[in-house]
Structures are given as structure tokens and as C-alpha cells.
Design a protein around this ligand. Structure first.
Ligand code: SAM
Length: 367
């Protein structure tokens, strides 16, 4: 607990205010924020002066000067974190960051690439974009003296790819968008990312405390009543589990388990059905769907199967001519056809559940 006390002392010295909350280690969630007194909706729980943020403007000049002018804030903050010395001004903050092992094991970008084949399609697509960004940023760092110090500099060990990956993922999982000041709004959106002390310890839930900001401060306010010891969360956004896994290294469980159980369920979750549906389509059906722009990108969420899925399933139930007519007229073909489509989908989903279970077994057998 000493590290948290040190962090709070350090943060309060800089004007951060905590009201009725404190950091706490939580099983399976690293550190989180819990209530230390009963809280009610609307209570101010955290206030962070913007002067404490790590931003594009606070990155050390020698780091900025060593990198191309268009280097993104993500890359710069990661470089600075990777270069922070144990006695840096940020050391009480750095001391409570997740360990290298926990970051490397939870974030797909850092996994053994053989595991990437097991990611669902949308997670893999996000990962490919992330890989491209990381590769670009690491290539830029490799051109700097930080990755290959001169022979004369024997005091600074070079940043390795693993050091940089760890720091880059810390930034990826812990930044907030700061858009409240005119200066911040002038920057491109990807350069409005900031690190904020203490606020970066809030975990995510589907519904969470309100985060607001002005040019002067970030403010977090209780969204509902909390009892002593309850975890107090914020909502990182309306993200499905594929996004949460790739960007943050966790998924929300299917069934809630918090004090407010419903809040722990991912109401924005959805699953891509391409691997369930595409194998059921023959070449002629695929060609028809392709021609009309309906091949792939099939999605189901907690309440609905998407329109593309409905259209694709109908191609398996009616003649090509009938299907063309339904698509052209935007018709669903009536109740009997809908029942047939529902039965077909159910069968495909059952088969797909078996495929998924098989993949889980395969991974568990290997790792
Ligand atoms: C902004 S940090 C929150 C503080 C973090 N738990 C820590 O130990 O420092 C975001 C990270 O917290 C973890 N996290 C956040 N919400 C979570 C949740 N609902 N369940 C599990 N892990 C969560 C993930 O590792 C995520 O990348």
C-alpha cells in the first residue's frame, strides 16, 4: 500500500483532490479505485488540475527534437516513459503502473504472434492497425540516440524494442482525450491524448462515473450511490469486447458480477458472424452477395442480428431471382421466410459455438 500512499501524497502536493476514494488492488483488474465512504450520485470524487498532465507540451525537448516534427503524442509520451529514470519527477506515479509482465501478457500486440490467429476477425483487424502504428513509431525511435547511444555515452542504456513496446502499451491503455482548452482543440485529435495521475487508475465498466474537463481541470463525479469498498469505475467508451481486448487487454464478462451487476455486462458487445456464415455459402451465393455489396461483415449484438446477416441468410433460403427481388425492394419476404431464416441462423450459431469451443481447447492445450 505504501506506493499508493506515496502517489496520493505526490498528487495532492500538485493540487489533485480525492474525495472519498482511494486506489486499491483488485483481483483480475490490477489496481482500481474504491470508495472509502458512502458516495451518492453527483458527489465530486476526483479533481485533477491540467498542470499535472503529461501532454505533448510536457514531453522533454530533447525527445521532441530527436524525432520527426510530425511524431504523434502517443510515440512521444511512450519514449519519455521508456526513458524515465527511477529518480524522475514522476517516479511515485510510475511506481504504480502495471508491471511489464502484466502488460505483455494481456495485450495482443505483445503476444506470441502465433496466438493472433485465434483472435476474432474484428480484433485482428484492430490489431493490424495497431501493429502498423507501433512499427512506424518504433522505426522513428530507432533513428534516435535513445535507441543507439553514442559510444561516448556510457550512462544511458539504449531503449530496446521490448522497453518501447511496454511504454507504448502503457500509453495506449492509460490516456484520456483532453479537448477542453482552445490549444488542445487546435491539435489534431490523435495529439490530444494526455496521461493524468490517479485518474488513470479507474477501471472500465459499461456505466461509470462522469468525466468532464475544462481548460483548468478534469473532474470525475459519482454516477450513482456507492458503499464503502465498492469499486468506482468510469466508462472508456461504447466498446465491444473485441475492442476492449485489443486496446486494453481485457473483456467484460458475459454476466455482471459487481455491486451493480448490470454495470459489469458489456451492453455494447457484439460478435462478428462471418466465420459462422461464410463457410455455409457456396461460390454462386458468394458471387450474388458480392455483387450486391452484402458479402461479409455480419454482426449480432445482444438484441439484434444485423440487416446484412438477414440478407445473406435469405440467399440460402430462396431462389436467386426471388432474392434479387427482395433485395431490390427492401422486403423481408414475410413471416414464414423469417422463421426459416431464424432456424437456419440458429443451426449455424450452434455449429459455430462448437468451432469456438474447439479453438479454446486448442489454445489451452498449447499454452
Ligand atoms: C486506465 S488503466 C486502469 C488501471 C489499471 N487497472 C491499473 O492497474 O493500473 C486500464 C487498464 O486496466 C485494466 N482494466 C480496466 N477495466 C477493467 C475491467 N473492467 N476488467 C479487467 N481489467 C480492467 C486493463 O488492464 C486496462 O488496460
Amino acid at each position: 500500500m505504501e506506493a499508493f500512499e506515496e502517489l496520493i501524497r505526490w498528487a495532492e502536493d500538485r493540487g489533485v483532490e480525492l474525495h472519498g476514494v482511494t486506489p486499491h488492488t483488485l483481483p483480475g483488474r490490477g489496481v482500481g479505485i474504491v470508495a472509502t465512504k458512502p458516495l451518492k450520485a453527483g458527489d465530486l470524487i476526483l479533481q485533477i488540475p491540467t498542470s499535472t498532465l503529461r501532454t505533448l507540451d510536457t514531453v522533454r525537448p530533447e525527445i521532441k527534437e530527436s524525432l520527426p516534427k510530425d511524431t504523434k503524442v502517443h510515440a512521444l509520451l511512450a519514449a519519455e516513459l521508456a526513458l524515465d529514470k527511477p529518480n524522475s519527477e514522476y517516479s511515485p506515479w510510475n511506481a504504480v503502473m502495471p508491471s511489464r509482465d502484466s502488460i505483455i501478457s494481456s495485450l495482443p500486440l505483445a503476444w506470441d504472434p502465433r496466438l493472433h490467429a485465434y483472435l476474432p476477425k474484428p480484433a485482428l483487424a484492430l490489431l493490424r492497425k495497431q501493429q502498423a502504428k507501433f512499427t512506424r513509431d518504433w522505426a522513428a525511435i530507432q533513428q534516435t540516440p535513445f535507441a543507439s547511444p553514442t559510444a561516448a555515452d556510457t550512462t544511458t542504456p539504449p531503449i530496446t524494442r521490448q522497453d518501447y513496446l511496454y511504454a507504448w502499451l502503457l500509453v495506449n491503455t492509460r490516456t484520456f482525450y483532453h479537448e477542453a482548452s482552445p490549444a488542445a482543440r487546435r491539435a489534431p485529435r490523435e495529439d490530444r491524448m494526455v496521461l493524468q495521475p490517479v485518474a488513470d487508475l479507474f477501471n472500465h465498466s459499461g456505466t461509470g462515473c462522469a468525466v468532464t474537463s475544462t481548460a483548468a481541470r478534469f473532474t470525475i463525479t459519482a454516477d450513482r450511490a456507492y458503499g464503502i469498498g465498492d469499486e468506482v469505475s468510469i466508462c472508456y467508451g461504447q466498446h465491444h469486447n473485441d475492442f476492449l481486448l485489443t486496446e486494453y487487454g481485457f473483456v467484460l464478462p458475459e454476466h455482471g458480477h459487481g455491486a451493480d451487476g448490470a454495470a459489469d455486462q458489456n451492453r455494447w458487445d457484439e460478435a462478428c458472424l462471418d466465420d459462422a456464415l461464410l463457410p455455409a455459402l457456396g461460390a454462386a451465393h458468394r458471387a450474388l452477395l458480392e455483387e450486391r455489396g452484402f458479402l461479409g461483415n455480419y454482426v449480432v449484438d445482444a438484441g439484434t442480428v444485423c440487416y446484412r446477416t438477414q440478407v445473406a441468410l435469405r440467399v440460402l433460403c430462396v431462389s436467386p431471382g426471388q432474392w434479387e427481388r427482395l433485395v431490390s425492394e427492401g422486403e423481408d419476404g414475410g413471416e414464414a421466410l423469417q422463421e426459416e431464416v431464424d432456424r437456419l441462423l440458429l443451426g449455424l450459431l450452434r455449429r459455430y459455438r462448437g468451432t469456438v469451443a474447439g479453438k479454446i481447447e486448442e489454445v489451452e492445450g498449447q499454452y
